[in-house]
Design a protein around this ligand. Structure first.
Ligand code: TYD
Ligand code: MG
Length: 456
């Protein structure tokens, strides 16, 4: 009678399968399917009698009062969250060790506490003294945050039950000790998160779970967690550099395109309100340098893209991308070789976004192409001593493709006094007659040509 239901589950991604297979069809991992212990209760459709079930409610009659968001008083963080923390929600804050997750979470809690709400900081990996030393750097408000140095999940749950804070930070979710599971294992992380989820929803506690990211860049205890939480934030940047970007990879209560920019300073993280000014201020009109008009969510952002092309004997030559996608670099190099006659087969190519930020959009292609071509030719891309600004996607046939928000990108460049902006005009699929090759020639010649160049 019972309908057949999924009886295997992948321990990596949670994908459900009817039969055991060596490779999970959800995430491609090997030997991760396990017999599903959770009884998948599913009512059969062909029963004799119709049992009395719960009564569905028309959507219009569903009560959906919007509970007020909890502000962290960190504007960049609130914006990425979609307007602050939603009470009773679970936020996963991921990032590499040392990037500043504990600092950001500690600052948010301090602000929430200062606004008169109950908070709790649970540290499973650092001692109370270590957390105190960090709080000392962050100031008086951070020192008044109640903390619990406790790795046991049971103890943490009991504390939440008795303290009932409005917001609680768990630092980190990997450090929680769960009975009968190896600490930090996928099983332990999932069990801890499920238990925390239950209590958060029941007691309306906002939970910020800190998670370490593995070298490969995925949140450790991988996607097993992502589907349980409401919001996944990723904090990134280069450790040695001071700039940090915070982006939402998933957000049930807001957009996932917003990016917050911070700088790590002596007294904690400082919001960078006008990142374009910071990143472009240092751009010099030297060979291999170009300013990219990028979009970070709804906000235009100017960043300097630099390239270095150096002859090498090494086979295959090195291609290093920092702050841009390796695959986009490979594509752009192929287009340069095939369509623009820029031969790079005997050269190492390094591309870097200055300031340690990451740009994840196809609109960066043209900047990569121009920076590499300029570095290769040794010719600077500048007019009147100012660096050239550009944006646009490079297609496989060497054309430059339309990207969103062209007008806002151009406006941002103008705001910082960059009058030469190379890019597709709004609304067009590609600049008529202007290919990647054309724009290279144009950029390198420093000349102006009607239509192709969006001059003021
Ligand atoms: P931390 O928040 O501990 O990183 P994570 O929790 O992601 O591992 O902080 C990381 C670094 O930031 C650490 O090397 C010290 C530095 N830092 C500052 O520069 N200024 C500060 O005010 C604080 C608190 C930390
Ligand atoms: Mg930490």
């Amino acid at each position: 009678m019972a309908a057949k239901s999924a009886s295997y589950r992948c321990s990596e991604c949670g994908h459900a399968a009817l039969t055991w297979t060596g490779q999970c069809s959800g995430c491609g991992a090997w030997n991760t399917l396990e017999q599903d212990s959770a009884p998948a209760a599913r009512a059969s459709r062909g029963g004799q009698r119709r049992p009395v079930g719960p009564k569905p409610v028309r959507l219009r009659d569903v009560k959906a009062e919007r509970s007020a968001r909890l502000s962290t008083s960190i504007a960049e963080l609130d914006r990425v969250l979609g307007g602050g923390l939603v009470p009773g929600s679970l936020v996963l804050l991921g990032g590499a060790p040392g990037i500043g997750k504990s600092t950001l979470a500690g600052m948010a809690l301090a602000n929430i506490a200062a606004a008169g709400q109950e908070v709790l900081y649970v540290s499973g990996e650092e001692s109370a003294a270590q957390v105190r030393r960090r709080a000392e750097r962050l100031g008086e408000a951070a020192l008044s945050v109640p903390m619990l140095a406790e790795p046991s999940l049971e103890a943490v749950l009991a504390a939440l039950e008795s303290e009932r804070p409005a917001a609680c930070v768990i630092d980190s979710v990997q450090s929680l000790a769960v009975p009968d599971a190896a600490p930090g294992s996928v099983g332990a992380i999932r069990e801890a998160t499920s238990a925390l989820l239950e209590i958060a929803k029941r007691l309306d506690i906002t939970l910020i779970l800190i998670g370490h990211v593995t070298k490969e860049g995925s949140l450790a205890g991988p996607r097993a967690l992502e589907h349980l939480v409401d919001c996944v934030l990723h904090f990134e940047g280069e450790r040695e550099r001071t700039f940090r970007t915070l982006r939402a990879l998933k957000n049930r209560f807001g957009a996932t395109s917003e990016v917050g920019v911070f700088e790590m300073k002596q007294g904690g993280l400082v919001e960078v309100v006008d990142p374009s000014a910071r990143f472009v201020g240092e751009a010099r009109p030297a060979p291999g340098s170009v300013v990219l008009c990028a979009m970070e969510g709804t906000r235009p952002l100017l960043v300097e893209v630099q390239a270095l092309v150096a002859p090498t004997e090494v086979v295959p030559p090195r291609r290093t991308a920092t702050g841009v996608d390796r695959n986009r670099l490979a594509l752009v190099l192929a287009v340069l070789t095939r369509h623009a006659g820029v031969s790079l087969s005997a050269a190492d190519v390094f591309v870097n976004v200055a300031g340690g930020v990451r740009v994840d959009e196809p609109g960066a292609d043209l900047a990569i192409a121009l920076a590499v071509a300029s570095a290769h030719s040794g010719q600077a891309l500048a007019s009147d001593g100012k660096p050239l600004a550009c944006f646009g996607e490079v297609g496989l046939t060497g054309e430059i493709r339309y990207v969103a928000h062209a007008d806002r990108r151009v406006a941002e460049a103008r705001k910082f006094g960059l009058d030469r902006v190379l890019g597709p005009p709004p609304g067009d699929e590609a600049i008529p007659g202007l290919s990647a090759v054309g724009s290279l020639k144009l950029a390198l010649s420093g000349g102006r040509r009607g239509g192709a160049l969006r001059a003021a």
